[in-house]
Design a protein around this ligand. Structure first.
Ligand SMILES: [Zn+2]
Length: 190
């Protein structure tokens, strides 16, 4: 009786291919995921930079302060998509009521003369990436890593007497953890 040969080369090559595919599919989503979150973070910073330019354009004599709401910026300088963080998967709405749906947290009452160290615009949509983006009053966009959090930065703003606006949509999405300064007291009593 003939015995079959052990280790059929075709079968071995096939199995090796299957194993290789399994290993690759286990590795690649990880590295793709990492580069994707980095791309989202960078795209969000680009939005903040655009806002910085629009805020500067808004302050042309005799106007010396930023608008009370980001929706007060000129439609020549901003488009609805700018108000949505690429990491939030939210939809843009009409520019005229952007303050009701926008993703970004906006500190009110600032201007070009505000000293450095005050966050002008904050993005809370990067928790998965372990940090958050913000535009500083020195006009630089910054990435802040945990253990610093958006809530911590807002708490600090409240302590320093600044007012900030969080849209209804963002307040809902963060389960009330992130609120406008006028409702901040409600958060700490939770
Ligand atoms: Zn963002």
């Amino acid at each position: 009786m003939k015995e079959k040969q052990k280790g059929n080369p075709v079968l071995l090559a096939f199995l090796l291919g299957v194993i290789l595919l399994m290993v690759m599919s286990a590795i690649s989503p990880c590295s793709c995921g990492r580069s994707r979150t980095l791309a989202i973070r960078t795209a969000c910073q680009s939005n903040l930079h655009q806002f910085d330019l629009a805020l500067s354009a808004h302050c042309y004599p005799p106007v010396t302060n930023y608008p009370p709401d980001l929706s007060g910026l000129s439609s020549n300088d901003v488009c609805p998509e700018l108000f949505v963080c690429p990491g939030s998967r939210n939809q843009a709405g009409a520019l005229s009521n952007a303050s009701e749906w926008m993703d970004y947290i906006y500190t009110r009452g600032l201007g070009p003369d505000t000293p450095a160290g005050v966050p002008v615009i904050i993005c809370p949509f990067h928790e998965k990436d372990g940090g958050f983006n913000y535009l500083d009053s020195d006009r630089s966009t910054r990435w802040v890593k945990e253990p610093n959090t958006v809530v911590g930065m807002l708490e600090d703003l409240v302590q320093r007497g600044y007012e900030f606006h969080v849209s209804e949509r963002v307040q809902r999405q963060f389960g009330g953890r992130i609120r406008s300064s006028e409702n901040w007291g409600d958060t700490s009593s939770d």
